[in-house]
Structure formats: structure tokens, C-alpha cells
Design a protein around this ligand. Sequence first.
Ligand code: AMP
Ligand code: ZN
Length: 120
Amino acid sequence: MENCLFCKIAEGSIPSNKVYEDDRFLVFHDIEPAAPTHVLIIPKKHIATMNDVEQEDAALLGDLHLVAKEAAKKLGVAESGYRLINNCGPDSGQAVYHIHYHLLGGTKLGALVQHSSSHA
Ligand code: AMP
Ligand code: ZN
């Protein structure tokens, strides 16, 4: 996909600090970590958002969870605990429109959700 940051990272034309890579997935450190451990897990296939996931992607995204499990072990947070987060669309704050999961850990994580409006 042209002009997709994470497609470029997946193909290697933009560098990343890699934790794990195979033919279908890449795990790399987030450039602005929000926790002591903060990596991004992406399928190399361009899927823009959770809303664009199709039945044919079910096995891929299922296997992504196995990659996440192994990444958590490798990063030393499997036992202490971690969060796996997908942001979808504007209200979630999704900034990069190539599906990705944040794996966050290495500290006691705060509230799951912080509302940006007093009405939310
Ligand atoms: P999201 O808001 O869920 O779309 O998350 C996008 C994430 O990508 C943010 O946490 C950014 O810090 C991260 N990010 C943006 N550019 C890069 C990059 N070149 N390498 C690693 N992480 C990045
Ligand atoms: Zn992409």
C-alpha cells in the first residue's frame, strides 16, 4: 500500500527497532513508548482498521495473538502482565491506518480509558 507508514516499515524501507519478524508479522518498538515495554504488532498485509477485517483474515489475526504471546515472553512481561490494544477510528485516536496492536507492560498500567470529554 503506497504511503502507508507501517507497510514501509514492514517491507524495510523505513527502519524500525525489531523484536520479531517472520513472513506474515513484524513486532517492533513504538517510537514514542507509553510504558516501559511498548511494542507494536502488525500483520505485513495491509488492513487499514478493525472495520476492514474480513473472514479471510481470521486465521492471520488469530495467529497474531500467538505472536503477541511470544513477544510478551521475549520482552519479559508475560508473567508480570500486559495489555494488547487495538485502536480503530477517530474516537480511539488511531493515527496509523494499518492495523496494529500495542503491547504494553513493564509497569502497573493505569485506567483502561481516559475520556477526553467530561460527557464521555
Ligand atoms: P495508533 O494511535 O494506535 O494509530 O498508534 C500509532 C503508534 O505508532 C503510536 O504509538 C506511535 O508512537 C507509533 N509510531 C509512529 N511512527 C512510528 C515509527 N516510525 N516507528 C515506530 N512507531 C511509530
Ligand atoms: Zn499498510
